[in-house]
Design a protein around this ligand. Structure first.
Ligand SMILES: O=C(O)CCC(=O)C(=O)O
Ligand SMILES: [Fe+2]
Length: 355
């Protein structure tokens, strides 16, 4: 309980252990409004056909590793209930939140703070609630019981978000020429749910809510709410992701990166004009804090099962387009990812094949 940042609500200065090294500080917090990530309208009500929507998704994944989706089919009520319950959870008395605290990352349902509190050099300004959320009926008994409607609201949200996540994966698969359902089964078997809470911080120029990282899983979907904070690293610059009401921020995780890269090389060889901007990637991102309002975000992470073997998609590999990564079990990747504290430069290294 001592460790939760939610407890530090009235402090006047940032404790030393939260001050990030100078070179990693957010610097001046000007929000570059001119440049933001692509917004993909999944509704298609404006005459675009499915192929066009898929191309927008692939292009955004290639250029940014990030995009937002609107008209995505998740109901407005599900979203507003989820946002309220997420806020209500972190507004509960800190003792209630702390009763769910655990530093053991193997716990399938827990509250913790920062990233890896006991092993990290510096702490980050966030508390997190995380648990598995699929299949809902098998894991719901492990979820918090307060606020009273927590289980109902999170259950509905998790089911609707799974449909959306699998639909986006199917669209990516279709765009790459993979058979429908390619990312079903083992590759998307596990789904986890996360509420991030970033209380107001006395000096946002000294801290980060989350350090530079990229996500280890297949694909992530985030309900950002209405407060700025998430930034993506592109072309040497941090770009703020504009909060759009009712939109989801989608980002490509490392596992999808392993699948997609061979295809980009193929595109590059056969259609260089389309693929000259770089590779589909799991982009680095971070969270900055602010001094005036708490920021609460809700994430859904789709992962392979621990035993699932991840390797470049066989139909996409050929003589012109050799695999860039060796096959590995997802649990092998995850333990390496954790040992490197998510360092984006390092995490894929042992899995790369020599070219
Ligand atoms: O809260 C956010 O804006 C981003 C969270 C995030 O990147 C993560 O949980 O991996
Ligand atoms: Fe992330």
């Amino acid at each position: 309980m001592e460790k939760l940042v939610s407890k530090r609500i009235n402090i006047q200065s940032v404790p030393e252990s939260y001050v990030v090294p100078l070179e990693k500080r957010p610097g001046n917090l000007v929000v570059p409004l001119c440049k933001t990530i692509p917004v993909v309208d999944l509704g298609g009500g404006d005459g675009r056909d499915q192929t066009e929507i898929i191309q927008q998704i692939l292009k955004a994944s290639q250029e940014f590793g990030f995009f937002q989706v609107i008209n995505h089919g998740v109901s407005g009520k599900t979203i507003s209930d989820m946002r309220s319950v997420a806020k209500e959870f972190f507004e509960m008395p800190v003792e209630d939140i702390a009763s769910l605290y655990s530093d053991d990352y193997k716990q399938t349902s827990r509250v913790y703070t920062s990233v890896d509190y006991h092993n990290e050099e510096v702490h980050y300004w966030r508390d997190n609630l995380r648990h598995l959320c699929h299949p809902v009926e098998e894991c719901m008994h492990l979820w918090p019981q307060k606020p009273t409607r927590y289980r109902d609201v999170v259950g509905t949200f998790s089911v609707e978000m799974r449909q959306l996540g699998l639909r986006i994966l199917d669209m990516i698969g279709e765009g790459l020429g993979l058979e429908s359902g390619y990312f079903g089964d083992g590759l998307s078997k596990v789904q986890s749910f996360s509420i991030n809470h970033y209380p107001p911080c006395p000096d946002p120029s000294l801290t980060l809510g989350l350090p530079k990282h990229s996500d280890p899983n297949l694909i992530s979907l985030l309900l950002q709410g209405d407060v700025y904070g998430l930034q993506v690293f592109k072309d040497g610059q941090w770009i703020a992701i504009e909060p759009l009401p009712n939109a989801f921020v989608v980002n490509i995780g490392h596992q999808l990166q392993v699948y997609l890269i061979p295809m980009v090389l193929w595109e590059f060889i056969h259609r260089p004009s389309i693929a000259s901007n770089g590779m589909l990637r799991s982009a680095d991102h971070r969270v900055v804090t602010n001094s005036s309002v708490a920021r609460t975000t809700v994430g859904i992470f789709i992962h392979p099962s621990n035993e699932c073997v991840v390797e470049p998609a066989q139909p996409l590999v050929n003589a012109y387009c050799p695999p860039l990564y060796r096959a590995f079990q997802y649990k092998e990747f995850l333990s390496y990812f954790i040992s490197k504290a998510g360092d984006p430069e390092a995490v894929l290294e042992p899995f790369k094949l020599q070219s």
